[in-house]
Write a protein of this length. Structure first.
Length: 82
C-alpha cells in the first residue's frame, strides 16, 4: 500500500465528508526531503465534523489519526481544513 493510500485509510477514522490527499512530491524534485519515487510531500484537504476546537487541535487530531510512524516517513504534510 502506498503512503497516499495509507493516509487515506488512516483519515477515515475522522469520518470525513470530504477528503483529498495529493502527492505533491514531483513539484519538489531537487529540493530538500525529496525522495526518488515521490511520496515525500503531501497536501490534505479535509472536511469532517470530528475536527473541532482550535486550528492547532484540528491539526493534532489529523496527525494523530495518520500516526507517528507514517508521519515520520513524510517530509512535508500540509493541511487545508474546510
Amino acid at each position: 500500500m502506498t503512503r497516499k493510500e495509507r493516509i487515506e485509510v488512516a483519515l477515515q477514522a475522522l469520518s470525513p465528508e470530504q477528503l483529498i490527499v495529493e502527492d505533491q512530491s514531483e513539484a519538489h524534485r531537487g529540493h530538500s526531503g525529496y525522495q526518488d519515487g515521490g511520496e515525500s510531500h503531501f497536501h490534505v484537504i479535509i472536511k469532517s465534523a470530528a475536527l473541532t476546537g482550535s486550528r492547532i487541535a484540528k491539526h493534532r487530531a489529523i496527525h494523530a489519526a495518520v500516526g507517528a510512524d507514517l508521519m515520520a516517513e513524510i517530509h512535508a504534510f500540509s493541511i487545508d481544513i474546510k
